[in-house]
Design a binder for this molecule. Structure first.
Ligand code: HEM
Length: 71
């Protein structure tokens, strides 16, 4: 919550913007789950997203589905 919110731009993109960009993409859940755990940058701007090693693959998939529900 320090970096993302549903609609207010913070350090990271809003969940709404992520859902709009990836919503229709079949492999979005897999792509976003991996991004959540491994982190990375370059899709939204200069700032990279730090890895989230404390998030399990199952939790990352649940988070990805929840984020995509913000369309
Ligand atoms: C478990 C917690 C988190 C979740 C579920 C999450 C989720 C996401 C997702 C789904 C994306 C978009 C990926 C893409 O479109 O390629 C993203 C990007 C990003 N997140 Fe997070 N995030 C988390 C924690 C954080 C934290 C703690 C920070 C800040 C320190 C952060 C900063 C960013 C930034 C800067 C981007 C854009 C990276 C780029 O340009 O590719 N995120 N995040």
């Amino acid at each position: 919550m320090a970096c993302h919110s549903a609609e207010r731009k913070m350090i990271g993109p809003t969940y709404k913007a992520i859902a709009e960009r990836h919503g229709k993409d079949e492999s979005a859940i897999k792509l976003l789950s991996e991004k959540i755990v491994k982190g990375g940058g370059g899709n939204w701007g200069q700032l990279p997203m730090p890895p989230q090693p404390g998030v399990s693959p199952e939790e990352a998939e649940a988070l990805a589905k929840w984020i995509l529900s913000h369309e």
